[in-house]
Design a protein around this ligand. Structure first.
Ligand SMILES: Cc1cc2nc3c(=O)[nH]c(=O)nc-3n(C[C@H](O)[C@H](O)[C@H](O)COP(=O)(O)OP(=O)(O)OC[C@H]3O[C@@H](n4cnc5c(N)ncnc54)[C@H](O)[C@@H]3O)c2cc1C
Length: 385
């Protein structure tokens, strides 16, 4: 039997409704079609528009901009529910839009920018991406080399971005560029629409997992953006980006927990159905004990994630809590996937099995959005005074 978001003390009727609606949506609209999307390397835009119509893309959008104005607990719930799809490539397509790129826009945009972009973002018409990582700078964000130089009533951008989710088929990338070369942290954020002259996809990257999520290497070749497309305060982009780090970390854990639970559920069923040694696989002590331990770990990660989300919503500093759960939780998700694949035997190694795909998909979780080692440093720094 599955356990999920509804069983925790932070749930409200509203969050339960979000959980139920999302699980229903992914079960009907995503899971039956996911294989075709994985093959195509793309999530169809009409699915994202449908989510927009249902109001699913506006949980974190302020009410003043047409959204629901909810907090981190809503994102925890939504991301966990998406994980039930078993197609993490779909989950991350949505979550980059709603929870990784979206908050930068909604935290920092001025009224004119909100008027210009919010309706399309809410409707699933304007799909967002966030372009920070570069070939020579990933974990060390301050090391980016893309430059923004003042030019007339705007800025001239040059550089390369890589591993950018949603940027092959998306519509609007929030690009980080160094605008104050004398200051390591002198970064600004720019709103760069797809199709802007000089802004192009160099490569659609071929990945180990998340196959239906599109990932781009981007080139900025003398791209000119007007002042109207500067997001937030010039030179302050690094600090403004940091405001969303805990949320970004959390939704990666959330989708991982949802996926781990789905993997547990399907493996549990498989072990109960599979005949072995005169009984079922699930009767073997080694298997049932490891399944039980894995369920305990998934439950613990889930509880820690919701608690850290609650702290964030209370305005309490949750960097240590969220970094810890990102580090530990994403490793746990991978351990669970490993065991679930193991208990499927040879079938688990076959491309036809769901668990084979889910295990590949989970591997990125301890790397993206803050590698485990980087997260542990965030915790370690806070262990002494
Ligand atoms: C599929 C995918 C999608 C992505 N989507 C986006 C996106 O939409 N936008 C975006 O901007 N970026 C995106 N990224 C980039 C992602 O956030 C980075 O890959 C991640 O931050 C790690 O950076 P890196 O790959 O440069 O590795 P590096 O920073 O070179 O690190 C390599 C390894 O070194 C170790 N390490 C790094 N720093 C430390 C440290 N301080 N202490 C100890 N060990 C350390 C870790 O094990 C790490 O995995 C994506 C990446 C992938 C693979």
């Amino acid at each position: 039997m599955s356990t999920h978001a509804k069983r925790n003390i932070y749930m409200t009727d509203e969050l339960e409704a979000i959980y139920d609606q999302t699980v229903e949506f992914v079960t009907k609209e995503v899971t039956p079609n996911g294989d075709a999307w994985e093959e195509a390397g793309k999530v169809p835009r009409d699915v994202l528009r449908r989510m927009g119509e249902l109001g699913m893309l506006g949980l974190r959008v302020p009410e003043s901009a047409g959204g629901l104005g909810l907090g981190m607990l809503a994102s925890a719930t939504f991301s966990e529910a998406l994980g039930a799809s078993t197609y993490a490539g779909f989950d991350v397509t949505v979550l980059v839009h709603t929870d990784m790129a979206g908050p930068h826009l909604f935290n920092s945009a001025n009224d004119e920018q909100l008027e210009r972009f919010a309706p399309g973002v809410l409707a699933g018409e304007t799909i967002l991406s966030i372009g920070v990582t570069e070939p020579d700078a990933g974990s060390d964000v301050a090391g980016i080399r893309s430059s923004g130089v003042r030019d007339g009533d705007g800025w001239r951008l040059n550089g390369t971005k890589t591993y950018i989710t949603n940027a092959v088929y998306g519509d609007l990338t929030i690009v980080a560029a160094k605008t104050d070369p004398d200051n390591k942290y002198g970064i600004s954020m720019f709103l760069v629409p797809a199709g802007t002259e000089g802004f192009s996809v160099a490569t659609k990257l071929d990945k180990h997992g998340w196959r239906c999520s599109d990932t781009a290497e981007l080139v900025l070749d003398d791209v000119w953006v007007p002042d109207a497309n500067v997001l937030g305060t010039v030179h302050r982009g690094f600090y403004e980006t940091m405001k969303n780090f805990q949320n970004e970390r959390m939704v990666l854990v959330g989708m991982g927990v949802g996926a781990a639970q789905a993997a547990m559920d399907l493996t549990n069923q498989y072990c109960q159905d599979r005949a072995a040694f005169g009984g079922r696989l699930f009767d073997l002590g080694a298997i049932r004990q490891r399944m039980a331990m894995n369920q305990a770990k998934v439950d613990a990660v889930r509880a820690s994630m919701y608690h850290a989300a609650w702290m964030g919503d209370q305005g309490v500093d949750n960097v240590r809590a969220m970094s810890g759960v990102k580090a530990w939780g994403c490793e746990v998700v991978n351990e669970v996937m490993y065991d679930c694949l193991q208990f499927h035997g040879g079938l688990g190694y076959m491309r036809e099995s769901t668990i084979e795909r889910m295990t590949r998909d989970a591997r990125i979780l301890p790397i993206g959005g803050g590698a485990t080692e980087v997260m542990l440093e965030e915790v370690a720094k806070r262990l002494y005074t």
